[in-house]
Design a binder for this molecule. Sequence first.
Ligand SMILES: C[S@@+](CC[C@H](N)C(=O)[O-])C[C@H]1O[C@@H](n2cnc3c(N)ncnc32)[C@H](O)[C@@H]1O
Length: 276
Amino acid sequence: MEENESEIPQQILLGEAYWDARYKDNTAAWDIGYVSPPMKTYIDSLTNKELEILIPGCGNTYEAEYLLQLGFRHITVIDIAPTVVEKLQVKFAGNACIQIVCGDFFAHEGQYDLILEQTFFCALPPEMRPRYVAKMHQLLKEDATLAGVLFNRSFVDGPPFGGSQEEYEALFNNVFHSISMWPCDHSIVPRANSELIFECRKNNQVAVHLYSFWGITSKGCMTSVTNTLKEIDGVLNVHMNATYSEVMIVCASVPDLQKLQDAIADDADYHIEKIM
Ligand SMILES: C[S@@+](CC[C@H](N)C(=O)[O-])C[C@H]1O[C@@H](n2cnc3c(N)ncnc32)[C@H](O)[C@@H]1O
């Protein structure tokens, strides 16, 4: 890392330039060259070929290739790295069953029946996790499904960034329902005993919003602010990110920003503003 890079948020360091360079330099070590066995099993369980499916952070998207082979007709893949997207555009040229988007998942608009997670979540800086969950909720149609594979281990440095079932369940709580998550027994050898398969459905009964937060300087303050926000009538889940700069609030109805601001007004340094 360069001397002053420590001050640059990871969200910027791990942006388009970083990922594109990995494809340009052929250092995409995560690319296994075929559809991952747990994803293949999950895809094999799908029967409705009319599903509108999104694969974010798709890379070389062997999953989409497999879905096409099986006859799925409404697939969208998105990646921020132009080099890999250009490759996909050549590979799938003229195929109307797949839309290939070059861009940032967090700016993507659409509505999907199914979103497939395959080493995208773990590629994002951990402070983006509440943002990922809020965005997934936004992109899913009513009762739609988010499913895929997550790491069940930690890493010294990332990406990939690891996590645990407990952490993911706390993050997904109330945003999704019917959450099933279980250890994967047929991972590729380097990922053996370190993956979870999961499936969950969009909770249509809640509003999920993301806010910028200023003023928290310690884990203790974060816990206290989180608890205060959870006490507000109708609030079902509050998840602050790892750098205390963003908070996801899940509510039975659209939360009143003034109410949120009043709840944290005891500390003059605290400030909250809606992102999405
Ligand atoms: C670890 S790779 C996984 C690629 C692919 N899913 C696979 O399993 O081979 C993460 C991918 O996410 C892409 N990516 C990272 N941030 C992104 C963002 N904000 N929006 C869209 N794609 C992103 C990267 O370019 C990269 O292709």
